[in-house]
Structures are given as structure tokens and as C-alpha cells.
Write a protein that binds this ligand. Structure first.
Ligand code: PGA
Length: 252
């Protein structure tokens, strides 16, 4: 079965990045230019930094992503930013359905699915996040929950003809320092791969499935070696250029 071509390491800065961020981006750009790593590197800063980041990272091979977007390209939606605007500011990826959006903004699978459609229409590659809560894990419902989220958030059209990624991020592992065992990660990623194969056929075999939740330099190599782990979605550790560089290098 074909596998995704290159590992993908995505940094999610969340609502961080004013103090020292551009200096960190400059440092990262230097190391990526020098080392030319095997992994595809994507940084997702807050929307206001996209333009400055695209200058700071220019020429180093890293791509930019947004952390969310509206599903329409224009209109009377105060406070929103459209996928077309994210693309105009330099983004080529967008994180959608992150658990912090699902929890704090009540985004259900249906909302994520329309945003995915809008993002693809604007030429962005969606990174669709799924993952169980601690209660769902303790109730033994992990595979059922993540299969339903993948099915509900990744619409068949237009994804069956465009690239996208899935990020498996157990909510209880995000920002906590707690990481599932290798067997738990392998089981979740294997289940996601099965759903992708059933829904998208051959494209499901090459769709990258990233792991996210407390990925650090110390655990990245072990996590990235697990079957069906095609990369990582990194929060806290992406804010430090040296930590992030080590994670990028762990993905060889
Ligand atoms: P973390 O965040 O690496 O800080 O746990 C990951 C994420 O929320 O994408």
C-alpha cells in the first residue's frame, strides 16, 4: 500500500507569538535553510502574524498555515477571517476542528465540514483535528468517537480530489505533558486509516495522519516511528526554535 511521501511537522502557535516570535522564526528559518530536513514544515501563527511570518520564513522551505477560518470568502461576519484572506496573507494550510475550537466555540463536526469545504475552495490544505476526551477514553469509546469525527468532519466532496491531513489529538494530552502509549497511538491511527481507506480509497492510503498532544524533543522520535504516524502537530514546543528544530529532525 502506498504511504504518505514525506513526514509533516506542523507548529501550532495558538494565541502566542508577539514577544520574540519573529526572532524564533528567524532562527528556525536559518536552521531549515542550512539543514534542508526531510520533513515538510508548516508554521501556524496567529492570523495577524501571517504576513510578517511569510517574510521571516521566505526561502527556508517552510510553509504557513492558519489556525481556523470562516467557511465563506466574504460577507457580514464581524470578527471573522475568510479562507481566501488567509491564503492572501500567505497561508497554504489551515487547522480546522482543533479541540480548543470544538470546546470553547462549540464547533461540531458539521461546522468543521463546511469550513473544510470553504478552505479547499480557497486552495488551502485542511488539517482536520479529531480526538477523544478523557471521559470518552475511560468509557472505552475512543475508536467510535474518532471514527465519527473523521466521517463527520471530512466531507467526501471536495476532499476526494484534494490533499488534506488528519491530526489525532487526544484532548487530555494537549498541553498536559501526558501522552498516550505507543500502542494507544498506533490503535487510533490504524482506526483512522481504515476510515480514510473506506471513504477515500487510494487517497486514504496517502493522506497524512499526524499525532498531536505534548509532542516534545524527548518523545518525538519514538512517536514518529509508530505505524501510521505521518507527522506531528506541535503546540507548546513549536514556540521555541531549538525545540521545534529537534522535533523536525526526529522525523527522518
Ligand atoms: P501541545 O498542543 O503540543 O502544546 O500539547 C498541541 C495542539 O494543541 O495542537
Amino acid at each position: 500500500m502506498p504511504t504518505p511521501a514525506r513526514p509533516l511537522i506542523v507548529g501550532n502557535w495558538k494565541m502566542n507569538g508577539l514577544s520574540g516570535a519573529l526572532a524564533e522564526a528567524g532562527k528556525l528559518a536559518e536552521t531549515l535553510t542550512r539543514d534542508r530536513p526531510a520533513a515538510i514544515v508548516v508554521i501556524c501563527p496567529p492570523a495577524t502574524l501571517l504576513d510578517r511570518m511569510s517574510k521571516a520564513l521566505s526561502g527556508c522551505g517552510a510553509a504557513l498555515g492558519a489556525q481556523d477560518c470562516h467557511f465563506l470568502n466574504r460577507g457580514a461576519f464581524t470578527g471573522e477571517i475568510s479562507p481566501e484572506m488567509m491564503a492572501d496573507a500567505g497561508a497554504s494550510y489551515v487547522i480546522l476542528g482543533h479541540s480548543e475550537r470544538r470546546i470553547f466555540h462549540g464547533e461540531a463536526d458539521e461546522v468543521v465540514a463546511v469550513k473544510v469545504r470553504g478552505a479547499v475552495r480557497a486552495g488551502l490544505t485542511p488539517i482536520i483535528c479529531v480526538g477523544e476526551t478523557l471521559d470518552e477514553r475511560e468509557e472505552g469509546r475512543v475508536l467510535e468517537v474518532i471514527a465519527a469525527q473523521v466521517t463527520g468532519s471530512a466531507p467526501l466532496k471536495p476532499l476526494s480530489s484534494k490533499p488534506f491531513c488528519i491530526a489525532y489529538e487526544p484532548c487530555w494530552a494537549i498541553g498536559t505533558g501526558r501522552v498516550p502509549t505507543a500502542a494507544q497511538i498506533a490503535q487510533a491511527h490504524g482506526a483512522i486509516r481504515q476510515v480514510l481507506l473506506q471513504r477515500f480509497g487510494g487517497q486514504g492510503a496517502v493522506t497524512p495522519i499526524l499525532y498531536g498532544g505534548s509532542v516534545k524533543p524527548a518523545n518525538a522520535r519514538e512517536i514518529l516511528r509508530i505505524g501510521d504516524v505521518d507527522g506531528a502537530l506541535v503546540g507548546g514546543a513549536s514556540l521555541n526554535a531549538d525545540d521545534f528544530r529537534q522535533i523536525v529532525h526526529a522525523a527522518q
